[in-house]
Design a binder for this molecule. Structure first.
Ligand SMILES: *Cc1c(COP(=O)(O)O)cnc(C)c1O
Length: 374
């Protein structure tokens, strides 16, 4: 029996080739625009060790926000000089540990800056800016306001920094993607960061970090749409010398992972066909916030059309209803259902509540690709 056949449902199947393809497509877009920019994978999207290893070997940088994530990257032997920390820091010592290891620390509050204001050796830092005041177009941004960053209109940041010649600001950062995630949002961020650099004569700034949130799909945008928009904005601003840091999370890993669960029981009641699977909705939407999944089912060739089939999980929760299938051919016990595009955020959020966390397998363990069904 092959490893593939021994895989016990329900399970996650990770296809590392997809991660590689996504990273390569992004990197090619950067090269095609004649740029040498940085892709820093935001590991909170999925810190599976094999995913991090794959990206590490491809030359990626990594973006993190916590000491927990920093320790993960240390454990995975990532080069700490390729780590960007958008911190929620608890002490000066924590910050100095990151800086002394060569990571780029991005400050989020004035108080954090005060911790280092008397530093007596040269350090290079980044600052995260809150530029919510540019969100004047509801169709692009919605009404989301951000709690992160320092308001640039608070002049104290520049006073603080300019008082100590040892502190060199090399990077300005900003992360938000509004409702639409339109490349135009990143053009607006880039324009504003360039303006801030110019008007405050921040000649030490060599990088702008425009955050993540890219929506990559055929019906939305490509990596090249984002890179091209940002690159042409830099040209317009006469700031091509700046290196751009992109922080994709979701867009690098979303397509890399599927969930496979098997139908183990069926019954009919009140005109509804209930098909119980060995998995649970808790594995697909732990916080119960999703109402749409990308899924593939195998319909029996000669099956009769059933008006309403409910795919339900094997837990005691009434709410454990995964799919409602209307007017398709009958599904039956023994069939598997595959849910796709689950590589971002989900796996880290699953708990052992009511059912064990599913096993994770990798396509290269069994030589299979994710099953392509129609
Ligand atoms: C979460 C996060 C990202 C990644 O966002 P995605 O929507 O997953 O691309 C990038 N930068 C920062 C600062 C983040 O908090």
């Amino acid at each position: 029996m092959s490893v593939c056949e021994e895989m016990k449902t329900p399970y996650f199947l990770i296809n590392l080739n997809r991660v590689e393809q996504n990273y390569t497509t992004f990197n090619n877009a950067i090269e095609r625009n004649n740029r040498k920019d940085i892709i820093a994978y935001s590991i909170k999207a999925n810190y599976d060790r094999n995913i991090i290893d794959k990206l590490k070997h491809m030359g990626a940088y990594f973006e993190i926000c916590s000491n927990f994530e920093f320790n993960k990257l240390c454990e995975y032997e990532v080069d700490l000089k390729k780590v960007i920390i958008n911190g929620l820091f608890r002490s000066k010592n924590e910050i100095m540990n990151y800086i002394d290891n060569g990571s780029l620390v991005i400050f989020d509050t004035i108080s954090q800056l005060r911790w280092i204001q008397n530093i007596d050796y040269p350090i290079q830092i980044g600052i995260r800016l809150n530029i919510d005041y540019i969100k004047n177009d509801d169709s692009l941004y919605g009404c989301k306001i951000s709690r992160f960053g320092i308001d640039v209109r608070d002049n104290e940041i520049f006073d603080l920094i300019q008082k100590n010649k040892n502190i060199m600001i090399t990077c300005l950062h900003c992360h938000f993607s509004g409702n639409s995630r339109d490349p135009l949002i990143y053009a607006a961020i880039t324009t504003e960061l360039c303006r801030i650099i110019r008007e405050n004569r921040l000649s030490s700034v060599k990088m702008i970090d425009i955050g993540g949130g890219y929506k990559i799909a055929p019906q939305f945008w490509s990596f090249n749409d984002y890179v091209h928009t940002v690159t042409s904005t830099l040209v317009k601003q006469a700031m091509e010398h700046l290196t751009v840091i992109y922080e994709p999370g979701n867009s690098l890993v979303r397509t890399s992972c599927s969930y496979i669960t098997k139908i183990i029981d069926e019954k009919n009641m009140n005109g509804i066909s209930y098909l119980t699977v060995d998995g649970t909705r808790l594995h697909l939407s732990p916080k119960n916030e999703r109402n749409k999944f990308d899924y593939k089912v195998k319909q029996q060739q000669d099956g009769i059309i059933v008006s309403k089939q409910l795919i339900v999980g094997s837990t005691c929760k009434e709410s454990d209803i995964i799919l409602e299938l209307n007017n398709i051919k009958r599904l039956s016990v023994g069939e598997t259902i595959q849910f796709d595009n689950l590589g971002a955020y989900l796996i880290n959020e699953i708990s052992d509540f009511l059912m064990h966390k599913p096993e994770i397998y990798y396509c290269d363990q069994c030589g299979c690709e994710l099953e392509e069904r129609n």
